[in-house]
Design a protein around this ligand. Structure first.
Ligand code: ASP
Length: 313
């Protein structure tokens, strides 16, 4: 097993072998989660604190369940009602929590880089559960596990990431991971929702869905991230759906066995047609949620091993 880092802050610092290590270990947790006894004790005796400064449904629930299934004491801090609202800085909040001796801190924050900053101030392992537009590493890992299981491999695939790329940490972490594993990544979306400098990641950029989806093995749809927009990026949601919403007609340009993914939460009728999202022959959206718990168990297990080894040294 090779995973050398103290934290999981992003996909960027990971070596392909470390990505494979996490995914391989996650496979064992998929089996455990499907079995009669979902518990093991990789995190027994450890304390996990989940700090979500931004709303979350599936990610928070997934980390909580992952920690509980591995035997950790799990605490969810409600950041909506915390001292942050009274003016406490992120660093002071971190130092206060640090004094309670947590072992794993799971953090989501609206600002890019905030989780890295916090990781420098605490003595425990930190997992980034999404920071601004920057990274969402466990999402990319769960997507990778889903793709690997469905396609039988995680290399030399043509993967189209479609929609609001500019505001998406999911797109960023995914294109880094998929690039590291030697896939062909295409970004599809209106030019107004395409970040500058995407060329440096070595992906192809399209503003026409049909051209971009041609021959794709995987179609990954993204939510229109309205909360991160501060102006008019699209003419209207109707127009957007017409040009970029995934429906049967556009999906027909991808390979016949192409899978459809979405990180959730989904806006049906905006970026994806409801019947495609529910089509069990194409959509793997529910599998993504299942893989999320397993991948988070694997990531926390590996970080806990490193933490224990460092403390014993
Ligand atoms: N749940 C994902 C995230 O936190 C995707 C989204 O919100 O659209 O980034």
């Amino acid at each position: 097993m090779t995973y050398t880092h103290r934290h999981l802050l992003g996909i960027e610092p990971l070596h392909p072998a470390e990505i494979t290590t996490i995914l391989d270990l996650a496979e064992t947790y998929v089996e455990q989660n499907r079995s009669g006894d979902k518990h093991s004790d990789a995190l027994r005796g450890l304390t996990q604190i989940n700090m979500f400064f931004e709303n979350s449904t599936r990610t928070q629930a997934s980390f909580e369940l992952a920690g509980k299934r591995l035997g950790a004491d799990v605490m969810n801090m409600s950041m909506q009602t915390s001292s942050v609202k009274k003016g406490e800085t992120l660093i002071d909040t971190a130092l206060t929590l640090n004094a309670m001796h947590p072992d794993l801190l799971v953090v989501r924050h609206p600002h890019s880089g905030a989780v890295d900053l916090l990781a420098q101030k605490v003595n425990c392992a930190v997992l980034n559960a999404g920071d601004g537009r920057h990274e969402h590493p466990t999402q990319a890992l769960l997507d990778a596990l889903t793709i690997r299981r469905k396609k039988g491999r995680l290399h030399r695939l043509t993967i189209a990431i479609c929609g609001d790329i500019a505001h998406s940490r999911v797109a960023r972490s995914n294109l880094i991971l998929l690039g590291k594993m030697e896939n062909r990544v295409r970004l599809i979306g209106p030019p107004t929702l395409m970040p500058t400098g995407v060329a440096e990641f070595g992906c192809e950029v399209y503003d026409d869905m049909k051209k971009g989806l041609e021959g794709a093995d995987v179609v990954m749809m993204l939510r229109l991230q309205k909360e991160r927009m501060d102006g008019g990026f699209i003419p209207s949601e109707r127009e957007y759906y017409h040009r970029y919403g995934l429906d049967a007609e556009k999906l027909a340009f991808a390979k016949d066995d192409a899978i459809v993914m979405h990180p959730g939460p989904m806006n049906r009728g905006v970026e994806i047609d409801g019947t495609i999202a529910d089509d069990i022959n194409r959509s793997v959206i529910q599998e993504q949620v299942e893989m999320g718990v397993a991948v988070r168990m694997a990531a926390m297990d590996l970080l806990a091993r490193n933490l224990r080894a460092a403390r014993a040294a």
